[in-house]
Ligand binder design. Structure first.
Ligand code: NAD
Length: 351
């Protein structure tokens, strides 16, 4: 298979195929663009159908990281790595150490972190062989208590800031009494719900697990709705915090919210849905911009002199970045996702 002719190939600077016979490791590291700094992106372990499937993922995800880092005002580029295999069956400590050696072999052009199938313990094993591993130190917790090494608090705070700015822009109001529907009360969704409750919003929530719902009802006074209802609720804001592709041909005609602002990755099933949201007068906060709090957190861990306050201030820039996107989108009469990509490309020097 040719990498250069691959449909996801986008002038990636470097694509490294890694094979370690002793541990059975088969991995690919992709560095998309380093114009703004070394590339950062998580390491994913997944039971890919074949190496073509893995290549597809690593090319696509590393490119996405370049756009995300640029919009998060980070001096970083985009990269990603994938390990081919079932994380529950095939992973061994020796394999993770071998991955650490491969990360190191790229010489700092690629910095790795956590992603699906890779845990904090795996990163610690990789870090025995490379200093280009991040996401392994304690973080700022945002709600008091212990920082537990999880990027979700930073992501949730960023989504909160971005949602608040989107409401200010679209509805000319603060969050007092604003109705927000949250799909998914996981690591990010529940923390977002807490921030919103503190700001006076009225919450409508769903999840497929009862435990989280009962907690949201008793602790936050949230109204529980079914997973089938959440996307079409008559609310001000829809916050997708569970799955990708929730804005699709089936859901689009039924969305009544005026603002879509949530943590989930790849919310639009296809980019063209951004235009349809614009036509319906719905303000869409591009997912990779609003959910960048976690990557900002990871960046600050690499800065030895960074404080919790500096991290918080940096995450708060998500608000001004979104206003810039919204204003430009209005001036250019384009969808917010298109304009976000344009601004990112200006920043990392593509246009
Ligand atoms: P999570 O797995 O902790 O939470 C997801 C929640 O969604 C779970 O409680 C799950 O039960 C629920 N859910 C799954 N399917 C559902 C459905 N059909 N209807 C309603 N609820 C459903 O994940 P998370 O870490 O909270 O991340 C949430 C989303 O944000 C994901 O798309 C993730 O990729 C994205 N994201 C997370 C981070 C982060 O720092 N954790 C950063 C960027 C993006």
């Amino acid at each position: 298979m040719s990498v250069f002719d691959h449909h996801e190939f986008d002038n990636h600077e470097q694509v490294v195929f890694c094979s370690d016979k002793k541990t059975g490791l088969k991995a690919i590291i992709a560095v998309h663009n380093t114009n703004l700094g070394p590339s950062l992106g998580g390491c994913r372990m997944w039971n890919y159908i074949d190496s073509g499937d893995a290549l597809n993922d690593v090319l696509r995800l590393s490119k996405g990281m370049t756009y995300k880092a640029a919009m998060a005002n980070l001096k970083l580029g985009g990269g990603k790595s994938v390990i081919i295999g079932d994380p529950r069956k095939d992973k061994t400590p020796e394999m993770m150490e071998a991955m650490g050696r491969f990360v190191d072999s790229v010489g700092g052009k690629y910095i790795t972190a956590e992603d699906s199938g890779i845990s904090l313990d795996d990163l610690l094993l990789m870090s025995k062989h490379s200093s280009h591993v991040t996401g392994i130190q304690s973080r700022y917790s945002f709600h008091g208590g212990e920082a537990d090494g999880n990027p979700a608090p930073a992501t949730a705070y960023g989504v909160f800031v971005g949602l608040r700015e989107s409401v200010r822009y679209a509805l000319k109001s603060d969050l007092q009494g604003v109705k927000v529907a949250i799909q998914g009360l996981g690591h990010v969704g529940y923390r977002l719900a807490k921030h919103l409750k503190e700001a006076g919003a009225q919450l409508f929530v769903t999840d497929i697990y009862q435990e989280q719902l009962a907690k949201a009802e008793s602790e936050l006074g949230a109204t529980i709705v079914s997973p089938e209802e959440i996307l079409s609720l008559d609310v001000d804001v829809l916050a997708p915090c569970a799955l990708g592709a929730v804005i699709n041909e089936r859901s689009l005609p039924h969305i009544k919210a005026k603002v879509i602002a949530g943590a989930a990755n790849n919310q639009l099933a296809v980019e063209a849905h951004g235009e349809e949201l614009k036509a319906k007068g719905i303000l869409y906060a591009p997912d990779y911009v609003i959910n960048a709090g976690g990557v900002i957190d990871i960046y600050h861990q690499k800065q030895s002199d960074s404080s919790g306050e500096q991290l918080k201030e940096h995450i708060e820039q998500i608000g001004s970045t979104l206003s810039e996107i919204y204003e430009r989108a209005e001036q250019l009469n384009k969808s917010t996702n298109t304009v976000s990509n344009l601004i990112a490309e200006e920043r990392f020097g593509l246009s």
